[in-house]
Structures are given as C-alpha cells and as structure tokens.
Write a protein that binds this ligand. Structure first.
Ligand code: SAM
Length: 322
C-alpha cells in the first residue's frame, strides 16, 4: 500500500472510532468565555500542541485548516472569526470530513454563537489545496506535515505559501526529534501515519519552511511528546520525540537570510541609557529585547562586555527586533 493509502486507512479508523491515545496532545484544552468543546471533539483531538493563538486572530482573519480531525481547532478558530465560511477545512479522508461535520452540529447545539456554516469543509489533499492563491490570512495544520516525506512536505509547504496573503501566517504544531532514526523506523508508513517516525530535527524543519520562502519563523513552544523504546519499536536506542509550535510568516525573505526567533533575548547593561547597533536595533538599558538568531549572532560578533545574549528558550511570543 502507498503512504497515502496507509495514512487514509489510519485516519478512516480514527474517524469511525475515536482514539484518545493517538498523537498525545500535551496542551490542556483551550477554555474561552462562552466556548464549549463537545466531548467527542476532545476525544478526537489528534494534535500535538495548539495552533490557535489569539494574537494571530484579530480583524476577522480568513482561516484555513488542513487535516481537520474531529474539528476542535476549527471550532476554536471560528470562535474568533464568527462568519460564514470564515474557516475553510480541508481533509483527504471522507470519513474524517463526515465525522467533523457531525461534531460541528453537536458544537452548534452547545454554543449559541456558533453555526456549522462558519466552517467550509472541502475534500482535498495538503499537496494540492482546493483553495485560491493569496486568499488566506491564517493557515494552520496540527500533527499532519510530520507524516510527509521530503517531496510531499515540500509540496504541502509550497501550497500553504501559495494560498496565504502577503504577511499571512502559517501556524503549525508537529513532533520533532534531534536523534537520528534508523531506516526501518523512517520507512514504516504506519508509524509515520501515527506521527511517530517522520519527525525532523528543529533545524531541518525550519529549513523546510525558509526554503518554501517564509521570511520570518517563530518557535513558540517546545515540549516533550513521545518515547520510542527498543521493547516496542524497531530501534536499539531509546528515542525521545518532542513537539513544537511554530509560526511561519509570509514576509519577504531578507537579503541577509530569514529571521528565526527561538526565544533569545539581548540585555544591554552598559554605561549609556541605550545601545544602538546602527542596524535598526536599539537596546534600552536593562530591558530585555527579543532577538532573532541572526541578530543574536551579529551582536555576539561585536564582542562587547555590556550586552548579554540569552540562550534559546524555545518560547517566543512576539515583539523585539526585525
Ligand atoms: C494527526 S491527524 C490531526 C488532526 C487535527 N489536526 C487535530 O489536531 O486533531 C491528521 C489529519 O490529517 C488528515 N490527513 C492525512 N493525510 C492528509 C493529506 N494528505 N491531506 C489532507 N489531510 C490529510 C487526516 O485525515 C487527519 O484528519
């Protein structure tokens, strides 16, 4: 069976019989005033983090969600946009589209503000999205792209880039792994479909995003996800998998390379009231400023003894340089 057939098989099953252990989210369910998430949506939460961030969702953004699962995050996005077809949902598995459609009817019964028509469900593949060019403000996927091998991942990212408006953002959550995985794990299509053996290192994941053209990358969170142990998986060493939450913004690519925020900050603690690097970065005395890795490198190269540069915290929540 091809990778797509195996993936469809796994998610057809997960649509027909909710599988609470699939993927293992480490996030508590988002609670917002007046938002009730039906139990069935919680049971079908097959993500590994959250892609719904209030700060991305001002001014009624048109949202796209690829790989709908039980529909929980689409309902959360609809909470912010509250308009007909404000959220477009794409999935390649008929049964998953059908299950989420039913779940939206249940959500409508529990949430007076919500109407099923807020979500426009479309059958389609992440590698050929049924969505017009430059039409989306916020695109999201949760725990899907890690399933793809290089060629499909490149196509899927190019598709997200194509449909986003300029400065639109792609918000994602996926497993990542800093250890080498052997070929048996890598090529096991079922383990890949279960989001267990396809994950890239953060460096390679970010590179795939910048290769697709995204000029700004934000790593917003990094957390423990799963263990592959030699007793249960074809590996001789214990493999530790994490999950990250990332936003890739369709900003033009800067001439000197992408701005990648990994949660570093610079603090100027010298004799003046500020430090100006003459490249657009002003560091007020004793005030941490979030900096991208490129700026961190440039400031470190100055060799000054009055600027402190923190390690990556893998938690970036906006602001700062660039
Ligand atoms: C791991 S689940 C994640 C579901 C949802 N994002 C969540 O967080 O609960 C992967 C989803 O992607 C869908 N899917 C799998 N392959 C796909 C593809 N090539 N294109 C679009 N959707 C796909 C599956 O049917 C399933 O709904």
């Amino acid at each position: 069976m091809s990778y797509l057939e195996i993936t469809k098989d796994v998610y057809r099953e997960a649509a027909l019989t909710p599988d609470v252990g699939l993927c293992c989210t480490t996030n508590p369910i988002w609670e917002l005033p007046g938002l009730k998430i039906p139990k069935i949506m919680q049971e079908m939460n097959y993500g590994c983090g959250s892609t719904v961030h209030a700060r991305d969702l001002t001014n009624n953004p048109r949202t796209l969600y690829v790989g709908v699962g039980g529909g929980m995050e689409l309902l959360q996005f609809a909470y912010f946009s509250r308009m007909k077809s404000g959220v477009v949902g794409v999935d390649v598995v008929d049964e998953m589209l059908e299950a989420s459609r039913k779940n939206f009817v249940e959500a409508e019964a529990q949430n007076p503000w919500f109407k099923s028509e807020f979500v426009d469900l479309r059958k389609g593949d992440a590698t050929a999205l049924p969505v017009e060019d430059n039409s989306i403000d916020v695109a999201a996927q949760n725990c899907l792209f890690n399933i793809f091998k290089t060629e499909e991942l490149t196509q899927a990212l190019n598709e997200m880039y194509r449909v986003l408006k300029p400065h639109g953002r792609l918000v994602m959550s996926d497993p990542t792994c800093e250890q080498e995985m052997n070929d048996e794990l890598r090529n096991d299509e079922r383990l890949r479909a279960l989001c267990l053996s396809g994950s890239l290192s953060i460096k390679d994941y970010v590179k795939a995003l910048t290769d697709a053209g995204f000029g700004t990358i934000e790593i917003r969170a990094r957390k423990p996800y799963r263990i592959l142990d030699p007793k249960n998986y074809p590996t001789e060493e214990l493999i530790y998998i994490e999950s990250i939450e990332v936003a890739a913004i369709k900003d033009p690519m800067p001439e000197d390379g992408p701005c990648i925020f990994t949660g570093k900050a610079a603090i100027y603690y010298g004799d003046e009231d500020h430090f100006d690097d003459q490249k657009g970065h002003i560091l007020l005395k004793n005030q941490p400023i979030a900096i991208c890795d490129k700026t961190a490198g440039a400031l470190a190269d100055l060799g000054r003894d009055d600027i402190y540069i923190s390690e990556s915290t893998w938690h970036y929540d906006g602001g700062g340089c660039c």
